[in-house]
Design a protein around this ligand. Sequence first.
Ligand code: FMN
Length: 164
Amino acid sequence: MLNIVNPRQTVLVTCRADVKNFGKQGVKDNIIAIDWHTPLAFNPMMYAISVGKERFSCELIKASGVFVVNFMSNANEKEVLFCGRNTGRHIDKFEATELTRDEADKVDCCKINEALAYMECEVTETIETGDHVLFIANVLGSEVRKSGKRLYHTNGNEFTTTLE
Ligand SMILES: Cc1cc2nc3c(=O)[nH]c(=O)nc-3n(C[C@H](O)[C@H](O)[C@H](O)COP(=O)(O)O)c2cc1C
């Protein structure tokens, strides 16, 4: 199916929750690479992401009900791929990638300083779709910080970008 729907813009979704991980309770910040995301409505502004049930991020977003969609530059391809190939259950992906974290303004979550743009989201509905979970959310805040070439996933570890 991927060779039919791709290329798709890859974003990094940040999430935070107080969860029990390997027997230890604590607040975890995490980053997941996401291709399956879409705008849903202008009024109110709504966005949705589809997250695999076994992902650590799925557990965090279910627990907190919030996430931030970070739109990345193609200059961050290496970091994006890392966040899409490693689980945050074992590692801190901010430390591992050296992406830097900022506090979101409208939701209790982190966002990524290096992002070109971001949207702060609060989940309104959670729908099970096969092996994924569709998180439907209201966008409480958004900002385009700078322009730049975006990152599009083609296949496997391969990406492309736009001309401008
Ligand atoms: C380019 C790319 C796009 C991805 N898109 C999605 C996606 O849309 N939904 C999803 O659940 N996983 C997607 N993944 C897989 C997750 O990013 C990956 O399983 C990640 O390691 C999960 O991290 P976590 O366990 O810390 O949440 C993608 C991976 C890559 C490399």
